[in-house]
Design a protein around this ligand. Structure first.
Ligand SMILES: C[S@@+](CC[C@H](N)C(=O)[O-])C[C@H]1O[C@@H](n2cnc3c(N)ncnc32)[C@H](O)[C@@H]1O
Length: 218
């Protein structure tokens, strides 16, 4: 069955339906080695500095607050109310947790001047139109010059094993794109500059990810 969440299409058919429960989602993440992946991302990709304003789009039920400095001004946004409730129950005193999408907070002054906007495993849930809206949000709210947006998304390679293709196609997100397609989406916004990098073996299953970094155009 396909659920419409706002404009978002997600595949919740078969065994995927159980992932709507925050505990099941957390268990799957533990199985695929999410903690190890998070350590690597902290050390080599995100570089979160004390005092940063950090917006975590699609923060999910278990935001990364255990592993970042207390001085971070953290805003987590997720359209799933149960995930936001779970995040608040764990970390309610450490940040602001908001239900909705970037479209809902486009004109919210709390978003201005972000040092880092993260989007982990979210864009492949969104059709092109919603990705464009999210990039508009990024272009509007990133701090000029130093502010950075980083997304990490599943990505099909020009050549990959059938097993990898099959596993990535089991994702609840219906928009696992090729690197070329990810680049195309980001190249269509004149307000940003971006780069992509491919990452293999980040988790314990044969999956590929693209890291998309972008900055406000000066
Ligand atoms: C694969 S999960 C990733 C969660 C978290 N970022 C992580 O790395 O564990 C995708 C998350 O994006 C949320 N989501 C999907 N579409 C969204 C949208 N348009 N705006 C905000 N959150 C969204 C889902 O509810 C879900 O929590």
């Amino acid at each position: 069955m396909v659920f419409l969440q706002g404009m978002t299409l997600e595949n919740h058919s078969g065994a995927r339906a159980v992932l709507k429960a925050p505990w099941a989602y957390r268990m799957l993440q533990a199985l695929v080695g999410k903690s190890r992946a998070l350590r690597h991302l902290h050390e080599s990709v995100w570089s979160i500095q004390p005092g940063f304003k950090l917006i975590d789009i699609g923060c999910g039920p278990r935001p990364m607050l255990d592993s970042i400095p207390f001085s971070i001004d953290y805003i987590g946004i997720d359209l799933d109310a149960a995930y936001i409730a779970s995040a608040k129950a764990q970390h309610g005193n450490r940040g602001t947790f908001l239900i909705g999408t970037t479209k809902d907070y486009m004109d919210d002054p709390r978003m201005h001047g972000a040092d880092l906007i993260l989007c982990n495993g979210v864009l492949h849930h969104l059709p092109d139109l919603e990705v464009h809206e999210l990039i508009d949000f990024v272009a509007k709210h990133l701090k000029p010059e130093t502010g950075r947006f980083t997304a990490i998304e599943p990505c099909h390679l020009v050549f990959e094993s059938r097993l990898s293709t099959w596993i990535m196609n089991q994702d609840r997100g219906r928009f696992v794109r090729s690197e070329e397609a990810w680049k195309q989406l980001f190249s269509e916004n004149a307000g940003i500059v971006y780069r992509t990098r491919i990452m293999a073996n980040m988790i314990r299953i044969p999956y590929f990810h693209v890291i998309i970094d972008c900055w406000k155009k000066q």
